[in-house]
Design a protein around this ligand. Structure first.
Ligand SMILES: [Zn+2]
Length: 196
């Protein structure tokens, strides 16, 4: 039986998309850099920089530009893909007969993630400040643990790591947490006004 060769056909849609611009975002360059570094590491920054220039860039083009092996590049791009920050299309290289991936960065997804993480952090800090306000904390002199009073009582005021007597923590975190909360709330408020 003779296998029929499927006629390869490059979608026009892909070519048109290439000319579309990367969407603009309100996130500062610094915030973008910090977030990428935090999520996937600073090694992914040059890749993001290349992808910010245009859409649908061949993996080989970027790898070559950054002097990376194709596997090094793929390792970085998959990390970005984990956070859904990039998308790809694949096309068959007519001469070599293999598939090449073309990548597009989505800064608007990064921006959404940025605000989601901010809101989550705010909720975490609020929960934390609530606990700090209603109970005292006990610390190990060797800084192994810092536990609320009830837990310290369960431990008979002994550090589970080194056995030393726990002491009441005089450092009040309420003020510090309060100013962190205030800062995030201010940023979120400014953002919601910007996007109106
Ligand atoms: Zn200890």
């Amino acid at each position: 039986m003779v296998k029929k060769h499927k006629k390869l056909h490059i979608k026009k849609r892909v070519q048109r998309k290439e000319r579309e611009e990367i969407p603009k975002i309100t996130l500062s360059k610094q915030a973008l850099t910090d977030l990428i570094t935090e999520l996937v590491g600073a090694s992914a920054l040059p890749v993001v920089e290349q992808l910010q220039k245009r859409r649908n860039v061949s993996e080989f083009t970027i790898a070559e530009k950054l002097k990376l092996s194709i596997n090094q590049f793929r390792h970085l791009i998959y990390k970005l893909d984990t956070f859904n920050l990039v998308s790809s299309t694949r096309r068959k290289d007519k001469q070599k007969g293999w598939y090449v991936y073309y990548w597009t960065f989505h800064p608007e997804r990064l921006e959404k993630l940025y605000w989601d993480l901010k809101r989550r952090k705010l909720a975490r800090l609020k929960k934390r400040i609530g606990t700090e306000q209603i109970t005292s904390f006990y610390v190990c002199p060797n800084k192994d643990v810092r536990v609320p009073l009830t837990e310290a009582m369960e431990l008979n005021f002994r550090c589970p790591e080194c056995g030393k007597l726990l002491q009441e923590d005089k450092i009040n975190l309420v003020k510090k947490l309060g100013s962190e909360i205030e800062e995030i709330e201010k940023e979120l408020k400014e953002h919601s006004q910007e996007s109106k």
